[in-house]
Write a protein that binds this ligand. Structure first.
Ligand SMILES: NC(=O)c1ccc[n+]([C@@H]2O[C@H](COP(=O)([O-])OP(=O)(O)OC[C@H]3O[C@@H](n4cnc5c(N)ncnc54)[C@H](O)[C@@H]3O)[C@@H](O)[C@H]2O)c1
Length: 255
């Protein structure tokens, strides 16, 4: 199946690293023009320079944790691209914390980035997405489909909220704008290396445990998640809305 995004205009939040960067690269390769969001102008500019296709990339820096940040990011993308067909809400934070370690600030920060950010980026992109009959893909998680002991209650709450917000938005926006989520298991990115492997007492054992966690006995590559995002964003998925696509090596299939 050939995915062709020639002349499509895409915004990827959190597009400077990990799954976001792999998604930007995959859209570029499929012919799209892409607005890249990083938290700062500097991280955005260096990510664009490293991706190396400056003519097709537009900077859209800003913090998704506030409505004003989301509005500015979306405005920069729409201005730079001359419209918008696809929004990928990928920016996220993944620190795990035990319930008794959670402060109000930790709760507020995680929900602001992982849930409120996706809501307000979509809200401000909506008039343009309605014009283009566009679509939205949200980066949820296997932790949005089941309680995840490793990721903790707050991350699980943020991603569970994102899965259900996706469904509610899909109902409200059908048939004009499709809204879907992807639910990865562990993916080999900075988030997992930093928060789950490097922090562990025995990083080698921690990495082995992550590999054993999924029935497929390995963690995903960022490119494998990007492939699913592109599929949902493409015309091949034109009858799919409100879905939560598991890309977790079988983790949520059952025990
Ligand atoms: N890595 C995994 O195992 C995994 C699994 C399931 C879901 N996810 C989700 O996928 C998404 C990407 O994760 P990743 O592993 O690539 O993480 P990462 O840490 O490698 O990248 C996260 C990206 O989000 C950006 N970001 C964070 N806070 C932001 C803010 N306030 N404003 C703007 N940008 C911000 C970062 O700058 C970075 O570009 C996240 O939503 C994450 O929750 C990741």
């Amino acid at each position: 199946m050939q995915l062709d995004f020639t002349d499509k205009r895409v915004l990827v939040t959190g597009g400077t690293r990990g799954i976001g960067r792999a998604t930007v690269a995959a859209f570029l390769q499929a012919g799209a023009r892409v607005a890249v969001n990083g938290r700062t102008a500097q991280s955005t500019t260096s990510a664009i320079a490293a991706l190396g296709n400056m003519a097709k990339l537009v900077p859209a820096p800003g913090n998704v944790a506030t409505e004003a940040g989301c509005k500015a990011i979306v405005a920069a993308a729409i201005t730079g691209l001359g419209g918008l067909d696809i929004l990928v809400n990928c920016a996220g934070v993944g620190d795990a914390a035990a319930i008794e370690e959670v402060t109000e600030a930790f709760w507020d920060d995680m929900l602001a980035v992982n849930l409120k950010g996706a809501f307000f980026c979509t809200r401000w992109a909506l008039p343009t997405l309605r014009e283009s009959n566009g679509n939205v893909v949200n980066l949820a998680s296997d932790a949005g489909l089941m309680g995840d002991l490793g990721a903790g209650a707050v991350y699980s709450a943020s991603k569970g909220g994102l899965v259900n917000m996706t469904r509610a938005m899909a109902l409200e926006l059908a048939p004009d704008v499709r809204v879907n989520s992807v639910c990865p298991g562990y993916v080999d990115t900075d988030m997992v290396r930093r928060d789950y492997i490097d922090k562990a007492y025995d990083p080698v054992a921690a990495e082995r445990a992550l590999m054993d966690y999924a029935p497929m006995k390995r963690i995903a590559t960022p490119e494998e998640i990007a492939s699913a995002i592109l599929y949902l964003a493409s015309d091949h998925a034109r009858y799919i809305t409100g879905s939560a696509l598991q890309i977790d090596g079988g983790t949520t299939a059952g025990r």
